[in-house]
Design a protein around this ligand. Structure first.
Ligand SMILES: Nc1nc2c(ncn2[C@@H]2O[C@H](COP(=O)(O)OP(=O)(O)OP(=O)(O)O)[C@@H](O)[C@H]2O)c(=O)[nH]1
Ligand SMILES: [Mg+2]
Length: 440
């Protein structure tokens, strides 16, 4: 799924992360690579052009270059623009408040309409009694195909008589749905070529007769940006309400998913991700952007980290560190920042790191104990750990509900840390590494 484009972006991001500093020329190179990756993914060139312009506008701004984490900021800009291009959020299906809702599926031959009708019914059947309607009278086995699927999914099925035309079948199906108390009717129509005027007119008639709440254009994702013209043509005739992209599991390059919204204004509502009836998902632009940019959700990590880390606080600690004044108060502030970022485990899960032991490297409980211990100290003790004699340590252990051993351990750790800092002070560049090290 989206393997090519994901691979391309992975390379681009890795190469940016290798830079010690992010300069304008690094960004320019990155943007050029992104442009090529998008064009190669068969994204519509107008969409690519707009996308690149928008990324450029933000990437060269203060927010990226002067930020604490410029590369991550740049990736975030790209991530947000990708989401934006795909329509920012999932576009929900619209149903009638009362009475029978109707979904009409339309699309080219072999795009996956019949399969999608069953998938959609299966997806919605927990909340609604669903009737599938076979209105494809052109392909001999079409009705049987839908019937088999309906039985598999335990959905209602209506296919009319052998001699009935699609319009008649649809009208009868609505009556049948009313009688049998169905809530939702999903109509499977015959695959057609966009230039087939007779078949297009037939769809217009069906639309008039059944007044669908949704007219969903079903398309094969592999068709790439070619589908833009087809969508526009169907839209002109039928005013479609959304799109379902099928065969997203096959090696789709991403062109369709990334081009449709900006070029046609229509939203992708679902994707088909396999031949099975439950291989069907809501289309979430943020998830697709996440997939394109790599496996771990790097971006939400950045967002979270940013929202919680008080940059001023960090700068203060840094200054105190440089002046050799870093004490247990600063240590406490650091711990709180880490805690504010949410569950450590959750944060670690979001990082695309390998290795089964990453969770064990940080003990969340230890962090809470550490905080409790420091809080049980007097301000004087926090400012100068050297005055912590035996009786003070006993008092602190009691106050924090820990043990003297734990207090000893913490004091020792802090001592080691200060020694480490002394060494590092000669080389301020490694400060960030140290700050990171403290989390572990
Ligand atoms: N891998 C994969 N295959 C799919 C998906 N959706 C549909 N298919 C397959 O695509 C083929 C065509 O699907 P149909 O549902 O018959 O397509 P259709 O649009 O109804 O075809 P016509 O009625 O002939 O126009 C079938 O073999 C399906 O199993 C999908 O999301 N992933
Ligand atoms: Mg079909």
């Amino acid at each position: 799924m989206l393997d090519n484009i994901t691979g391309r972006f992975d390379k681009i991001i890795k190469s940016l992360r290798r830079q010690s500093r992010l300069s304008e020329s690094n960004i320019k190179d990155g943007i050029r690579e992104i442009k090529l990756a998008l064009l190669e993914a068969d994204v519509n060139y107008k969409v690519v052009k707009e996308f690149i312009q928008e990324v450029e506008q933000e990437a060269f701004g203060e927010k990226v270059i002067k930020s604490v984490t410029p590369v991550e900021q740049f990736i975030k800009v790209v991530h947000d623009k990708l989401i934006d291009v795909m329509g920012s959020h999932n576009a929900e299906l619209q149903f009638k408040k009362t009475g029978i809702s109707v979904i009409l599926t339309v699309g080219l031959q072999g795009s996956g309409k019949t399969t999608t009708c069953a998938k959609l019914g299966y997806y919605l059947k927990d909340n609604k009694r669903v009737l599938l309607v076979g209105a494809d009278t052109y392909r001999p086995a079409a009705k049987d195909q839908l019937r088999v699927l309906a039985e598999q999914c335990d959905l209602g099925i209506f296919t009319g008589g052998d001699k009935d035309n699609p319009l008649k079948i649809c009208k009868q199906a609505l009556k049948y749905a009313k009688e049998k108390d169905y809530h939702l009717v999903i109509i499977d129509s015959a695959g057609r070529l966009q230039i087939d005027d007779t078949l297009m007119k037939e769809l217009v008639q069906i639309k008039k007769a059944v007044e669908p709440d949704e007219i969903l254009f079903v398309s094969d994702a592999m068709a790439g940006q070619n589908i833009v013209d087809v969508v526009s043509e169907f839209d002109k005739r039928l005013d479609i309400s959304g799109i379902i992209l099928t065969k997203f599991d096959s090696d789709t390059r991403g062109g369709a998913a990334l081009s449709i919204k900006r070029t046609t204004g229509k939203s992708i509502k679902f994707i088909g991700t396999g031949e099975k009836v439950d291989n069907f998902e809501l289309f979430h632009p943020d998830r697709i952007a996440g997939r394109i940019l790599g496996k771990g959700d790097v971006v939400s990590f950045v967002e979270k980290a940013q929202a919680s880390i008080d940059m001023e606080e960090a700068a203060k600690s840094e200054e105190r560190f440089l002046k050799n004044k870093f004490d247990l108060n600063d240590f406490l502030a650091q711990i709180r920042q880490i805690k504010n970022m949410g569950s450590l485990q959750g944060l670690l899960d979001m990082l695309p790191m390998k290795g089964p032991n990453k969770a064990k490297d940080v003990d969340e409980r230890e962090l809470i104990h550490t905080e409790a211990i420091i809080l049980s100290m007097t301000p004087k003790e926090r400012g100068n750990a050297r005055i912590l004699n035996g009786s003070r340590r006993r008092r602190i252990a009691l106050g924090s509900g820990t043990s003297v051993q734990e207090v000893n351990k913490l004091v020792k750790k802090f001592d080691v840390m200060q020694k480490m800092m002394k060494k590092l002070r000669k080389n301020p560049k490694s400060l960030q590494g140290l700050m990171g090290g403290m989390a572990g």
